[in-house]
Design a protein around this ligand. Structure first.
Ligand SMILES: Nc1ncnc2c1ncn2[C@@H]1O[C@H](COP(=O)(O)OP(=O)(O)OP(=O)(O)O)[C@@H](O)[C@H]1O
Length: 308
């Protein structure tokens, strides 16, 4: 069995002269939610449009569930549901009329359309708006209908391009939950330039900047991308700073309160364990040790600059 739903190899795309993406390699697992992160203009939409067969790449290969998208587009596209950046909704249709149209477009057999519509509507929480004109739905519900059309044919891969863009905070939370639910039994790839959103919704992160992949890994890998270089210590018996500074690897020490000190260190291995050991030996009575990690924004900035 193929363990990846998507395999992208050496993918590049050029609009007229400028390359929008360059030599991208990407693998996405069969299940779970993958966040596709990148600044504005990084190349997310270009990659997603190629991945969904909406745009023909200049170079490289895209396999969906092992099927070459270029050579067998109809077969490959059966496995893909796509919600582009501007949801392709027909505002003058009702939810039912629109989803029926999408089901026809997806070549769902006539006798299965009703059940497919019902299942997609229930999954996306829009069944009670079946007869409502799409133009009369709130932004969040329009987006739900957009997601319903992306899953109506039960694809193995659902691709959502900035699905929470323009929604209010409540609607964002609802759409994020829906994305997580959908990712329970298939693979979802969704793009965003909001770090916290990707962190809250995804298992895996892929990040693109200036058309090149700069990161691929778990959310934890991402959060730990920059190794900590300082720690906060809460010590009942705070020693003189000279004693802290004499520890191998410690570069700075600053008292922040009666029992609190910030210690900066270089890349000394196992510095936290060493600090605990020394504090026991010397009776400093360590109450708490907190490694200070980089904020997501710092990691984002570092990755963004990686290829500048
Ligand atoms: N149709 C087009 N013609 C020419 N250049 C384009 C076209 N579409 C995108 N580009 C350029 O390709 C690069 C990548 O754009 P893309 O839309 O893929 O980025 P993005 O990461 O999706 O950005 P955003 O978050 O702003 O949607 C940008 O420099 C953009 O200006």
């Amino acid at each position: 069995m193929n363990t990846s739903i998507v395999n992208i190899e050496n993918l590049s795309h050029r609009y007229s002269k400028a390359w929008a993406i360059r030599d991208i390699n990407l693998e996405i697992r069969q299940k779970g939610v993958t966040g596709f992160l990148g600044s504005n203009g990084a190349g997310k939409s270009t990659t997603m449009n190629i991945l969904c067969g909406v745009l023909n790449q200049t170079e490289g290969e895209v396999l969906i569930d092992g099927i070459d998208l270029r050579k067998q587009p109809l077969e490959a596209k059966k496995q893909i549901g796509f919600l582009p950046q501007n949801a392709p909704l027909y505002l003058d249709l009702t939810v039912d009329e629109y989803l029926r149209h999408c089901a026809y477009m997806r070549l769902i057999p006539d006798n299965k359309i009703k059940a497919a519509m019902q299942e997609a509507k229930e999954r996306c929480g829009v069944a009670h708006f079946s007869k409502r004109l799409i133009k009369n739905l709130s932004g969040g519900y329009k987006q739900r209908v957009g997601i319903a059309q992306a899953i109506i044919h039960k694809p193995k891969l659902v691709v959502l391009d900035e699905p929470t863009n323009g929604l209010d905070p409540n609607q964002i939370a609802e759409v994020r939950n829906l994305i997580k639910e959908i990712g329970e039994d298939r693979s979802v790839l969704f793009s965003s330039h909001i770090l916290a959103e990707v962190q809250a919704t995804c298992d895996t992160i892929k990040m693109i900047e200036h058309g090149e992949m700069v990161f691929s890994g778990t959310v934890d890998d991402f959060n730990n991308y920059i190794a900590p270089s300082s720690m906060l210590l809460f010590l009942e018996n705070l020693p003189p700073l000279t004693e802290l500074l004499a520890i191998e690897g410690v570069t700075q020490a600053k008292v922040l309160g009666r029992n609190k000190v910030r210690v900066s260190f270089d890349t000394a291995p196992a510095i936290a364990e060493k600090m605990i050991e020394i504090s026991v030996q010397r009776g400093w009575r360590l109450q708490e040790l907190h490694l200070e990690r980089s904020s997501l924004e710092e990691i984002f900035a570092k990755l963004s600059n990686k290829i500048k």
